[in-house]
Write a protein that binds this ligand. Sequence first.
Ligand code: KG4
Ligand code: ZN
Length: 340
Amino acid sequence: MDKDIYILGIESSCDETAAAVVVNGRTVLSNIIASQINIHEKYGGVVPEIASRNHIYNISPVIDEALQVAGVSLHDIDAIAVTYGPGLVGALLVGLNYAKALSYASNKPLVGVNHIEGHIYANFICHKELEPPFVSLVVSGGHTHLVYVKDYGKFEIMGRTKDDAAGECFDKVARAVGLGYPGGPKLEKAALDGNPHAIEFPRAMLDDTSLDFSFSGLKSAVLNYLNKAEMTGENIFIPDVCASFQKSVTDVLAQKALLACKNKNSNKLALAGGVSCNKALRNEILKICTENNITLYMPEPIYCTDNAAMIASCGYYEYISGLRSPLSLNAYPNLELTGA
Ligand code: KG4
Ligand code: ZN
């Protein structure tokens, strides 16, 4: 039998410092995440400089803990996988430089991982039977992509947002209705007490055949609704605003994901990214997939938001395909998902 491959994953692209040990790309031995939510909450969003400084405090203990919980030492690790983009440049550099130093000191190969690609690979951790090809809907704070995963490391971007990402839109609307940061989960909670049909917000680009998204019009529509209510002194029920906004986003995401599956004749759809924690979205997409005989794959919520196990999984597939990154690897805040 082939030797097991142990990958240490490191992630620091936004406000989570994370490290994980994953065997053969699919079995998680440890998944340590130091969240900075409490620190950034009072500013209403992530402050990049503060995020970088906290990564510096957290990175060493988080990696030590990941190795300890996994019951391995650096000696047992075959390669070090690290996110090198996209993300906040200062934040990325902390994880990347630490990974490079570890790689140099321990003489273990370095494998740079694209964060968006990592989100997709969370599905391989949670669904051992899943193999490409399949369609993936990646919905995070910075990205909204429909991706055709042809094979490991081989992607075709079928559609993307032309403006705001879905998560960004959740965060901005949450802030506008006074829910604060992190917006997505707070808005989802508030929406539980609201009526999703109370207000008719726009569903941009739902009628055309393009697989691109646009969420800035929806965001403006919510802001206009709030401003108008304030000016006319009309009473508004915030949970209705949240539920109606959420319904608008989930309808568009679900319909476009279905269209992407139809275009590729794919009967497999995999969700990825922080917004895919959202239960209204999960339920809507599950309903549509069931009606259309599509198998839906959804990572557990802890693997939807930022984590290093997904980076280690992606790193594993790159490692076995022979990819090695040089110690000169830089951080790329706007790194695109490529690999056709
Ligand atoms: O993937 P992620 O952790 O980080 C990025 O790569 O951006 O995604 C974070 C985004 C944030 O915009 C957050 O508000 C959103 O995911 N999010 C949610 C939920 N949980 C996280 N959005 C809607 N509903 C949720 N339950
Ligand atoms: Zn992410």
